[in-house]
Design a protein around this ligand. Sequence first.
Ligand code: UD1
Ligand code: CA
Length: 454
Amino acid sequence: MVAVAILAAGRGTRMKSDLPKVLHPLGSRSLIDRVLNSTNAIEPSRRLVIIGYQADLVRESLANYPAEIEFVEQTEQLGTGHAIQQLIPSLQTFDDDLIVLNGDLPLMRPETLTLLLETHRSKKNAATLLAAQVPDPAGYGRVFCDENQILTEIIEDRDCTIEQKQNRRINAGAYCFRWKDLVQVLPKLTSNNDQKEYYITDAINFFDAVTVMDVPDYQEVLGINDRAQLAEAYSILQNRIRDRWMKEGVTIIDPASVTIDDTVKLEANVTIEPQTHLRGNTEIKAGSRIGPGSLIENSQIGENVTVLFSVVTGSVIHDNAQIGPYSHLRAPVEIGAGCRVGNFVELKNTTLGERTNAAHLSYLGNATIGNRVNIGAGTITVNYDGVKKYATKIGDRTKIGSNNCLVAPIVIGEDVTTAAGSTITEDLPNDCLAIARARQVVKPGWRRKDKAES
Ligand code: UD1
Ligand code: CA
């Protein structure tokens, strides 16, 4: 069964970063995570990752990867060929094909790797190489082949003559080898080149009939060497994700201003307005309209919900709720069906029952609020004494007047009304009116003495 090896030992000097290049995030996943995922369709029997620069960080980042990974250390990074040489002890008894991928190749489609393996096997090749015609080949190794797609030579960009650099067919950094044959040529590598490194591409040059398989969509083979290429990859990834959802029946009003993580799930007939960003494990059901100007992260949104100019994290929002403009829902939050949460309302660790409204200028924290409750404008749960947080409970159909302070811990019953401006410090039973404010005093004819004469 095929094995996979990923080259991830390099620092990625051109990123100008202490973080190893393969750990840079591309959307919601690191480069290495994406490369590994692209190999799942071929069901590798073994996954080997060659690590070196900040090896422990790379190891840690993959600690929870859902399949077993074998790490192989390359203590000195002497080139991609040298990296492959490090596999020899681990693959001593291995007798099948090995797919080798650069760790900075995050946009490869799984289907392409499946095709690479099929081509390699059907032609009974010792080595097969992925290539593509790219608009800007600068920096890549150039692939020269004959009319039968048989490789004549790969030459690294820095070792090319000006004429050779005109060739826009580049080496993708993805290969399939018959391992037993690769092992034979690995000891023959020399570092006789501009970088004084051992190149895997030289190993390939040793093979007799190497098939060059061209990838039609050149965007798949973009290698990430610097931050500009990382940004380019992000925009390619976003195009793919948005196109996919639009094909599934999602309306995206202004795609270029919208970003969607590849972990997000949307139903048909969702509408995404401009300047909206959907992240993490977010799911949105049919008929909902999100944005403009909203950020939704790790949240479940039901049917026919609207979210306008708001930030929503770690929240569950049930059907027909209306959020915003300018609401901030901070995990964990649950909003019942048909609720309205409006202008400058912040919720943290709070549950609203069904058809409850908090429409203006409120902070509700550590609160459990029932059905059909109305929270008056400017109401605050006073939930924090500087050390601990305390809970507020409000029963069904209760109406909290404007500008109330609810000093937690506090339990307010059902069908309660509180007067505007109240500071509620004691629990309230069901069916009552509570007024907790100083009575207004009016002194007719009163003036300040020093002003009386002027
Ligand atoms: C490499 C290819 C080039 C190809 C390009 C595709 C070689 C010599 N060149 O160039 O033909 O067009 O990829 O993107 O292979 N790495 C190690 N150990 C090392 C050196 C590198 O594990 O000692 C890893 C890096 O972490 C990286 C990968 O190998 O993930 C590729 O290395 P990089 O330096 O990016 O190679 P390129 O110069 O891009
Ligand atoms: Ca590269």
